[in-house]
Design a protein around this ligand. Structure first.
Ligand SMILES: NC(=O)c1ccc[n+]([C@@H]2O[C@H](COP(=O)([O-])OP(=O)(O)OC[C@H]3O[C@@H](n4cnc5c(N)ncnc54)[C@H](OP(=O)(O)O)[C@@H]3O)[C@@H](O)[C@H]2O)c1
Length: 240
């Protein structure tokens, strides 16, 4: 698929799935704009993208930062929302409400205000792809916080697919994917978690950022798809 002449902004494009999507889209001819809070991460990411790409420091939890971002970049054809600042992980009884509030701010509210800030700059019949998470698509003990944030996001996206038409709004729901999001975990615990998940998944493995990037690219490019939730989770919905 060719994305020549397309300007695509990926907020959360300096790492993980967003960066994998940026690489793929730039290879397909798009002009890719990536945003994140850290200039250092943006610089490292840009060095790995072959094609037309630029990086912008922005924090989607801060409306002023988003306004400044869109003033700098101008018109875009598509928007990908791939970041997440906080996650409310853990057994329900151990996750304080403050952690849930932080997770809501660090993803749901961030995506909400990113899209609001983007609207005047986004092509009317362009598209938006948001990343949710498999925890909101099945009942996995220990993930109620993730389910709450990503479930709300998924429902919001489907409503927006009608309200904002002809803009297309779609969701990719990733399962467990090895990205820098897990860099803070002790290596042994991380290896155990990924091995355990791989064994339980119908796909027999956990995901790669490229698995998710392929789904993002598909949803950006297919003009007849809107309001979709694309599960790219190795079959996680059927394995718990
Ligand atoms: N990895 C998984 O197993 C998994 C599973 C299910 C769902 N997900 C979801 O998939 C999405 C991508 O996850 P990932 O694992 O690829 O994440 P990641 O590797 O941690 O990358 C997150 C990206 O978002 C940016 N970011 C974070 N907070 C931001 C903010 N407030 N403003 C602007 N940019 C921000 C980060 O850059 P800076 O830190 O420099 O800002 C980075 O570019 C997330 O929404 C996550 O919840 C992930």
């Amino acid at each position: 698929m060719s994305f020549a002449q397309q300007r695509i902004l990926i907020i959360g494009g300096s790492n993980g799935m967003g960066l994998a999507a940026a690489r793929s889209l730039a290879r397909d001819g798009a002009e890719v704009l990536i945003a994140g809070r850290s200039q250092a991460k943006l610089d490292l990411a840009l060095a790995t993208i072959e094609g037309r790409a630029a990086g912008y420091v922005a924090d989607f939890t801060d409306p002023a930062s988003l306004t400044a971002l869109f003033e700098r970049i101008g018109r875009i054809d598509h928007l990908v929302l791939a970041g997440s600042s906080n996650a409310a992980w853990g057994p329900f009884a151990s996750v304080p409400a403050s952690a849930l509030r932080a997770a809501i701010e660090g993803k749901l509210v961030g995506y909400w205000q990113s899209l609001q800030a983007a609207l005047p700059h986004l092509r009317r019949d362009g598209s938006v792809v948001m990343l949710s998470g498999a925890a909101s698509r099945t009942a996995m003990p220990g993930t109620a916080g993730l389910a709450a944030v990503n479930g709300a996001l998924t429902q919001m996206a489907q409503t927006l697919a009608k309200e904002l038409a002809p803009l297309r709004v779609n969701v990719v729901s990733p399962g467990l994917v090895d990205t820098p999001a897990y860099d803070g975990m002790p290596a042994e615990a991380k290896a155990g978690m990924f091995a355990g998940a791989a064994k339980s998944l119908p796909a027999g493995r956990t995901g790669t950022p490229e698995d998710i990037a392929a789904a993002i690219v598909y949803l950006l490019g297919n003009g007849f798809t809107t309001g979709a939730i694309l599960d790219v989770d190795g079959g996680a919905r059927m394995s718990v």
